[in-house]
Design a protein around this ligand. Structure first.
Ligand code: AKG
Ligand code: FE2
Length: 282
């Protein structure tokens, strides 16, 4: 049996070490925002915005040096994006599913992954799932805040010409009280499933690390969408996408995208949900 490498080595392969990091903040700030944000990669700096009410994020000392410098330079920040459209492509592949392409920059992805290792999760690749019930661990509170602020807007289709649909689930408080983290090595996946009924509508998935294909299928309509996920993508699933479509990640080492073979590396996903009151014990 082959020996699995320790997780921190896989993380280093993904993001490099602190020594490799040479982020020049002044240069970042001076980089113009693309006029074609949907086609051109926009520097992660523009995905950060000052948000006065947000409690400071405590970066641990061993956290990625780039994130610490960004923190030092900007003060209390919430990793949300500068405007609704600037630099982040919003994809709506099927009713009730919104993907915000590369919303979390690599610094934030690494910050989250390292915090999880510090909390004792994913310290070895032998255990590839963690579960948490109750108030979210601190490193994820700002992710929940990000959903709370932005998801109601992602689902606001009042200007789309379609009959207005409300998605009240995104306004509940707390938005999430349950977390599952899944770690995938190349070749690993998750079978087609609909998340259990004991979780409410309004499910968030944060995709960290490797790219992968996620397949949504509608069994009754025999429809299928193979979606390409990129590092830092943030997904929001509700209504039809949450209850009527299955989602899966095919267990394969390489994804074919537009005829190009894209090998996978380590991926960690964080699924955020709220337990239905009737399913709570005690
Ligand atoms: O890894 C993913 O992106 C999906 C995880 C998932 O579907 C689940 O935890 O229910
Ligand atoms: Fe799921």
């Amino acid at each position: 049996m082959s020996q699995k490498p320790p997780t921190h080595e896989l993380f280093r392969d993904l993001f490099g070490s602190d020594e490799d990091d040479d982020v020049d903040l002044e240069q970042l700030k001076a980089t113009p925002v693309s006029s074609q944000p949907h086609d051109t990669p926009v520097h992660p700096f523009y995905r950060w915005k000052l948000l006065d009410q947000t409690p400071p994020i405590e970066f641990p000392t061993q956290c990625f040096a780039g994130a610490q410098r960004l923190w030092a330079a900007t003060g209390p920040v919430c990793p949300t994006y500068a405007t609704d459209t600037q630099g982040c492509k919003i994809i709506r592949p099927l009713p009730g599913l919104v993907i915000i392409r590369r919303l979390l920059c690599s610094h934030l992805q690494q910050y989250l992954l390292e915090r999880f290792i510090n909390l004792g999760y994913f310290s070895s690749t032998e255990t590839n799932q963690m579960m948490h019930f109750g108030p979210l661990p601190t490193p994820l509170q700002w992710v929940a805040e990000l959903y709370a602020q932005l998801a109601p807007r992602w689902f606001d289709n009042s200007n789309s010409g379609e009959p207005h649909k409300t998605n009240n689930c995104w306004s509940r408080q707390p938005l999430f009280d349950q977390l599952i983290g899944n770690m995938y090595l190349p070749g690993e996946g998750i079978r087609p499933h609909v998340d259990l009924a004991r979780f409410e509508d309004g499910i968030g998935i944060v995709s960290l690390g490797s790219t992968c294909t996620m397949v949504f299928a509608h069994p009754d309509r025999e429809q299928q969408h193979a979606l390409w996920l990129e590092p830092g993508d943030v997904l929001a699933m509700s209504g039809e996408a949450r209850y009527q479509w299955t989602h899966a990640i095919p267990a394969q080492k390489v994804d074919q995208v537009d005829g190009i073979a894209r090998p996978r590396s380590l991926r960690v996903s964080l699924t955020l949900r709220r337990v239905c009151p009737w399913a709570c014990v005690g």
